[in-house]
Design a binder for this molecule. Structure first.
Ligand SMILES: NC(=O)c1ccc[n+]([C@@H]2O[C@H](COP(=O)([O-])OP(=O)(O)OC[C@H]3O[C@@H](n4cnc5c(N)ncnc54)[C@H](OP(=O)(O)O)[C@@H]3O)[C@@H](O)[C@H]2O)c1
Length: 337
């Protein structure tokens, strides 16, 4: 495959992830010559800047992916279901950030620092999925600890910003905050309940059957963590909570291992792991550190007093970056390498 002068497509270029894609393509100097931007009908003709040029949004249509080397899908499950095949048939390598193909047994679900070896030998027409934003940062923090101590069980509670629900949810938090401060009623539209000055312990719909009481977001974290870490029987429990922040997801993690972890050694292992930055004692990572930045920040690393082989810690990362756009570009970079 050629490695410079690439033609790339970004589907969903005007969305929360799409905009971050353009920023990350630029900041990582991704070697493209032509950029095709796609969005919904309402954005046709809109111009977006990337790498010193202005690019115009179009609507997806037959032939849209002819000559495209990499197609990044950052729109919705429906759009991916409808258009990924067309892009692959045209010979593009598709990197899909939607939830559509992640758990398909033949699709690589990739976080390059963790399972980058899986990206070898993929060429034109290949499909690689990027994980749910919450999973991406979790597996990066777990991997070096698993390699040393052998992971057995994970309990994670998430504090997920509204950007995880897209551009409309960011706008909703902003306008509701103004409404509440002005003494007006906050009205929900994109999210189920008002999010300003509130926490919502539901992300996605509630599942039924054996998963009754679990949300679709929590199920994604459970299944995707197992798939990426290649631990199909890993015990994982997740409570996913929407919080009134704009950027970054934060996670409180309790992990149980085969062997007793040493917090000081765990800190060193995390410090050495690619993509991780440790901020610990007396400081700790906050959304303020992560917003607009690439690393997965880990801190509050300490023994879990409830279990001899337990470790607890706090993880913060920009869900639009490591949770989506940056991770997708790292996948493309790994494929080019
Ligand atoms: N937000 C995150 O943290 C995150 C993390 C990981 C994965 N993801 C996934 O990434 C995808 C995008 O999420 P987001 O948060 O960026 O959502 P978003 O802000 O709502 O953006 C959706 C994008 O899709 C475009 N779109 C809608 N209908 C389309 C169509 N028929 N054809 C082409 N484009 C269309 C929209 O264009 P208009 O502006 O014209 O409507 C917009 O650019 C989703 O699949 C999501 O699950 C998101």
């Amino acid at each position: 495959m050629k490695k410079t002068g690439l033609t790339i497509a970004v589907v969903g270029a005007t969305g929360a992830v799409g905009k971050e894609m353009l920023a990350a393509l630029e900041s990582r100097r991704f070697p493209f010559a032509e950029l095709r931007l796609f969005a919904s009908e309402r954005s046709v003709g809109k111009s977006l800047a990337c790498a010193g040029k202005s690019w115009t949004c179009a609507k997806l249509a037959k032939g849209a992916f002819q000559g495209v080397d990499f197609a990044f899908f950052d729109a919705s499950d429906e759009v991916s279901r409808e258009w990924v095949k067309e892009a692959r048939d045209a010979g593009a390598i598709v990197i899909d950030n939607s939830g559509t193909f992640r758990m398909h047994p033949e699709v690589t679900l990739a976080v390059p620092e963790v399972n980058g070896a899986r990206l070898k030998d993929l060429g034109p027409g290949a499909l690689v999925a990027g994980p749910n934003c919450t999973t991406a940062q979790l597996v990066v923090a777990l991997k070096p600890l698993h390699d040393r101590y052998g992971l057995k069980r994970v309990i994670v509670s998430t504090y997920q910003s509204v950007s995880g629900a897209g551009a409309a949810a960011i706008e909703e938090l902003r306008s509701q905050t103004g409404d509440v401060l002005a003494g007006r009623e906050a009205r929900a539209a994109k999210l189920k309940y008002p999010i300003a000055f509130n926490l919502i312990p539901q992300i996605g719909g509630f599942l039924s059957g054996a998963d009754e009481g679990t949300t679709s977001e929590e199920k994604k974290v459970i299944e995707e963590t197992r798939k990426i870490l290649e631990l199909p029987n890993l015990a994982v429990a997740c409570t996913a909570i929407r919080v009134p922040t704009v950027a970054c997801h934060a996670e409180s993690v309790n992990a149980e291992f085969e062997r007793a972890p040493d917090p000081a050694e765990a800190r060193r292992l995390l410090e050495k792991f690619p993509g991780v930055e440790v901020i610990d004692l007396p400081e700790y990572p906050m959304n303020l550190h992560g917003a607009g930045r690439d690393p997965v920040y880990v801190g509050r690393i300490r023994k879990d007093p409830s279990h001899p082989n337990g470790l607890q810690f706090w993880v913060v990362a920009d869900n639009l970056r490591k949770g989506a756009a940056l991770n997708a570009i790292q996948i493309a970079e790994a494929l080019l390498a």
